[in-house]
Design a protein around this ligand. Structure first.
Ligand SMILES: C[S@@+](CC[C@H](N)C(=O)[O-])C[C@H]1O[C@@H](n2cnc3c(N)ncnc32)[C@H](O)[C@@H]1O
Length: 249
């Protein structure tokens, strides 16, 4: 595996050894990893906020830096009763929020445009959560309007021209729709910020990640959508999270 370019070859080999149920399965896993498939796709899961999240081939691998967004959401609105994970991918964010929020009564919705992501999120989200397929807010039930306390929207935000610079694991093995955010990376985000205010409850929050240099434009988009913008940075995780709060009055 080292010869194939795996940087943490020993650790990865140990993980594959523990994940494979038969020698034949181990051989197949090593071959896939050596060909460049993401480790998480090979073993079928990723660790996220202490949870084991199922990740199927063709589904965006949840990044550890996104744990910061989950922590920020849960600490800002521990009282949240209605949570939406928009652009949910594997559903890692929704699953982690459901686990982090105290009490058992969270009404949880998730949606994604990719059928394979929707299927994967259904495996990861707790019983009672509704996972819907479609473009952004379009599949959500109309009765949710004005009721959402936490709207997590980890949308694609890589500028189109930079997609080609991503590591092959992402560029080749994750769908383009999960990465490409348009010319400046904020196209999908602007569609979210334009509509988020209509779905949030008073005091509700929209959260998403950006790169550090996108943050000023992302904050402006939040303000244009009628939300009060703020940003937080976690240096340890190299994560920038923008938060838009719907005014209470
Ligand atoms: C960066 S990934 C994030 C996935 C997940 N939230 C996470 O943090 O692991 C972006 C996700 O947005 C989805 N997506 C892209 N455009 C979308 C759209 N117009 N409507 C719904 N989902 C979309 C992709 O399929 C992908 O699963």
């Amino acid at each position: 595996m080292r010869e194939a370019g795996c940087v943490f070859a020993e650790d990865e080999a140990e993980l594959l050894l523990s994940a494979a149920r038969t020698p034949a399965e181990l051989t197949a896993m090593v071959e896939r990893r050596a060909c460049g498939h993401p480790l998480e796709h090979v073993v079928g899961w990723a660790e996220f906020c202490g949870l084991r999240i199922a990740v199927e081939p063709g589904v965006f691998v949840p990044r550890r830096r996104t744990e910061f967004l989950v922590r920020r959401a849960a600490s800002t609105r521990p009282d949240a009763g209605v949570v939406v994970d928009l652009c949910c991918g594997s559903g890692a964010v929704g699953a982690a929020l459901a686990a982090a929020l105290p009490g058992t009564g969270v009404e949880l919705y998730a949606s994604d445009v990719e059928p394979v992501a929707v299927r994967c999120a259904r495996r990861n989200l707790p019983r009672g959560a509704r996972v819907l397929e479609g473009d952004l807010f379009e599949p959500l039930p109309g009765g949710l309007r004005g009721r959402v306390d936490i709207l997590a929207a980890n949308v694609p935000y890589v500028p189109t021209e930079e997609v080609g610079l991503l590591p092959a694991e992402a560029r080749v093995h994750e769908p383009l729709v999960a990465l490409d955010g348009g010319t400046d990376g904020l196209d999908v985000l602007r569609r979210v910020t334009a509509k988020a205010g209509g779905w949030l409850a008073p005091g509700g929050i929209l959260l998403f990640e950006t790169s550090e240099h996108q943050a000023p434009d992302a904050l402006a988009a939040v303000a244009d959508g009628g939300l009060v913008p703020g940003a937080d940075r976690c240096d340890e995780r190299y994560a920038t999270v923008v938060v838009g709060t719907k005014p209470a009055g």
